[in-house]
Design a protein around this ligand. Sequence first.
Ligand SMILES: Nc1nc2c(ncn2[C@@H]2O[C@H](COP(=O)(O)OP(=O)(O)OP(=O)(O)O)[C@@H](O)[C@H]2O)c(=O)[nH]1
Ligand SMILES: [Mg+2]
Length: 318
Amino acid sequence: VTSAASAAELADATRDGDRGALARLLTIVESGGDAARTGLAALRPVEAAAVIGVTGAPGAGKSTLANRIVERVRAAGERVAVLAIDPTSAFTGGAILGDRVRMQAHDVDPGVFIRSMATRGHLGGLTRATPQAIHVVAAAGFPWVVVETVGVGQVEVAIAGSADTVVVVVNPGWGDGVQASKAGLLEIGDVFVVNKADRDGVAATRHDLEGMLALAGRRSWTPPIVETVATDGRGVDDLWNAVCAHGEHLAVSGERESRIAARAGAELRGVVDELAQRAADDACASPRFSGLAEGVARGEIDPYGAAQELLDEHGGVR
Ligand SMILES: Nc1nc2c(ncn2[C@@H]2O[C@H](COP(=O)(O)OP(=O)(O)OP(=O)(O)O)[C@@H](O)[C@H]2O)c(=O)[nH]1
Ligand SMILES: [Mg+2]
């Protein structure tokens, strides 16, 4: 357990560009609790980073494309952090190792910081931890953040959806467009990428996407569809141009503020969840818990009444 004082020290060191401190602070932020609270308080205020979400089915080429985006940001002379969020990694460890190996080219570049966010089975905690990790890397001097999430499951899709620019990656063939629509990715995509365009079925997949996007109705921004071969870099200029065009759109439409607010909303919701969970844990650790449980078992008290007594005893959520 890291003390509150050292979390504040880590925050100072992080602001001064200490990468080790940054890594440790991110671990604290993942865990939540008082140390996270102190560390984040010591970091603020931080100018919001430009966040690019990259999402899509497992194996679609998200990491390879994220790598390409990192190259473009670096070519523009800006510093960039990558947060790779993989819900399965806690169990296999394999995907993250693969990401690290693939992204190794950037590991020697001080302008790039790569971090795998471990979920350790607490997927819900990522709703809070991801926006907070974005604050932390922004404070450490990375104005660009690429967030990679697998586009399956509500939490991952919500995390991807609160980026400033959401890049949805599909592949040709296998009805990927339909998969994307089922996962709720059509609604959140600002730029669609048909990656692995070296394979058959690109035109059909583009056609599917166009049809489904048209059905989804008009928005103030019409999401472009670009074709890439992430492995050899083909089409990556188109992707980067589309991302930059969307950034322009966010700036002129004022939509960037609403994206930032949406991210803050997700963070706030996550913190409320964390505090409520902690209050529940405290209440159930009460010495009165087992007695009340016996009362419920004997039918002497209803479970809601018993729960209320436990929560009242602890004065609610602190
Ligand atoms: N043929 C071909 N293969 C690609 C392309 N892009 C990526 N790949 C390969 O597809 C595999 C998966 O790529 P990743 O970038 O790891 O995909 P991912 O979506 O990050 O995968 P997960 O994080 O495991 O969900 C790797 O073997 C890549 O080399 C492409 O455009 N064409
Ligand atoms: Mg990946």
